[in-house]
Design a protein around this ligand. Structure first.
Ligand code: NAD
Length: 334
């Protein structure tokens, strides 16, 4: 049987390393630095699968181009799929797979890293000590133990975080339209979103981005939060209305903000812009606050997770062209 030809878009050196390391003669993989979009989709001519990441564009126009050049499978090497028009994929008979669970702990642990870095002001402390400044002024933190965390979305990542934070002595409030039975062994309490918003000292977002959750955090929800609340978003940028967050930070209503994702991140993240003039004034304003930490969508980025992503993506590619499609991995199975 001839090898399955795969075009990997937005390819990084770790994609090359981990997909290459786990590939066999069953695959012929080519890597493109370019993101997939309407301008680059024609590069996939001659390939059976395209492999994409979080900021690639897989809308109707792109899917139509892919269908015209006989690409029959889009393999997302990530969990979220808000960048794919699934209805259009169905209409063009293009299969779509994702990596449903590569390492929820990787993202949960990154959320914790943001929380602790914010509360104990680690970036400021690190810079100070490097400058031989051992003053503790301005570094007063707070204990998480005894505080209340609200977790919005208790799927794989949210539930992993719930376990960690319960272990740290926090009360865990959860909001999710579908309660997770796997959380029954720890004393979490499912409450309406309003209750979670009003009672939590820390709020962490772990639900998918869709029409219902877009700008879930907005002026109205911020107004209901405790003054000085810590807000963490490692899920998708558009879950929060960024100008509303900036107002909340300016008024002091939001006391701490940790972001791994940003609504307009596709213009910035995963690239070195250190010599550029950043044109995004909203992002630049966010960066001016001393109580904000932003990382560039690295929650998933552990060796364990990248290995799992590579293996799972390659398995989906094989399945897409051999008939069997795992219902957990395939969003559109053809
Ligand atoms: P999951 O599907 O296991 O869990 C999502 C949960 O959200 C489900 O329990 C679902 O019922 C719930 N949900 C749906 N609508 C909701 C709503 N309106 N309000 C509250 N909860 C709602 O997904 P997961 O693997 O836990 O991933 C969660 C999100 O994390 C993904 O959608 C993705 O956007 C993001 N993510 C980010 C990174 C990163 O590197 N920062 C990596 C992986 C995933």
């Amino acid at each position: 049987m001839s090898a399955i030809r795969v075009a990997v878009f937005s390819a990084t050196h770790w994609d090359r390393e981990y997909l290459g390391r786990n590939s066999t003669e069953a695959y012929q993989i080519d890597y493109f630095d370019e993101p997939l979009n309407a301008h680059t989709a024609a590069l996939a001519k001659g390939y059976m699968s395209v492999c994409v990441f979080v900021n690639d564009v897989v809308d109707t126009q792109v899917l139509q181009i892919l269908a015209d050049i006989n690409v029959s499978h889009v393999a997302l090497r990530c969990a979220g799929f808000n960048n794919v028009d699934l209805d259009a994929a169905k209409a063009y008979d293009i299969k779509v797979s994702r990596v449903p669970a590569y390492s929820p702990e990787a993202v949960a642990e990154h959320s914790l890293a943001l929380m602790l870095s914010l509360s104990r002001k680690i970036p400021k402390a690190y810079n100070r000590v490097r400058d031989d400044n051992f003053s503790l002024n301005g570094l007063l933190g707070f204990n998480f133990s005894g505080k209340t965390v609200g977790i919005v979305g208790t799927g794989k990542i949210g539930s992993a975080l719930a376990r960690i934070l319960h272990g740290m002595g926090m009360q865990v409030l959860c909001y999710d339209p579908a309660e997770n039975p796997l959380l029954q062994d720890i004393p979490v309490r499912y409450v309406p979103l309003n209750t979670l918003t009003e009672q939590s000292d820390v709020i962490s977002l772990h639900c998918p981005l869709n029409n219902e959750t877009q700008h879930l955090i907005n002026h109205d929800t911020i107004a209901k939060m405790k003054r000085g609340v810590m807000l963490i978003n490692t899920s998708r940028g558009a879950l929060v209305d960024t100008p509303a967050i900036i107002d909340g930070l300016k008024s002091g209503h939001i006391g701490y903000l940790g972001l791994d994702v940003y609504e307009m991140e596709s213009e910035l993240f995963f690239q070195d812009h250190s010599c550029d003039i950043i044109q995004d004034d909203v992002f630049q304003r966010l960066m001016t606050f001393p109580n904000v930490i932003i990382t560039g969508h690295q929650g998933f980025f552990t060796a364990e997770a990248i290995q799992e992503i590579a293996c799972s993506t390659l398995a989906s590619v094989k399945q897409a062209h051999q008939g069997f499609t795992d219902p957990d991995a395939f969003l559109v199975a053809g």
